[in-house]
Ligand binder design. Sequence first.
Ligand code: SF4
Length: 89
Amino acid sequence: MGGNILLSILCSVGIIEVLVNIRIVRGFSMKVRIEDTCTACGLCVDTCPDVFEMADDIAQVIVDEVPEGLEDDVRQAAEECPSESIIVE
Ligand code: SF4
């Protein structure tokens, strides 16, 4: 019985390890969102038009996840946003 519990724990750890490794191999996906403090200056759209777009009176994110290779542009947009409305997750 103790062996079964030990085996069960080891299997659980193994599964977690596999899941972690898959995430490491695939890389961490970046998500970004814009808070309603956006002043619609358009700077983020200029910096990264593949991720940001102007809606009526606020910028919006047009992707579910930041495409590979655009992470630095999104970070730059977040750093330069005058109202600090871009939240990188
Ligand atoms: S840079 Fe900031 S304030 Fe300007 S449009 Fe983008 S989210 Fe809005």
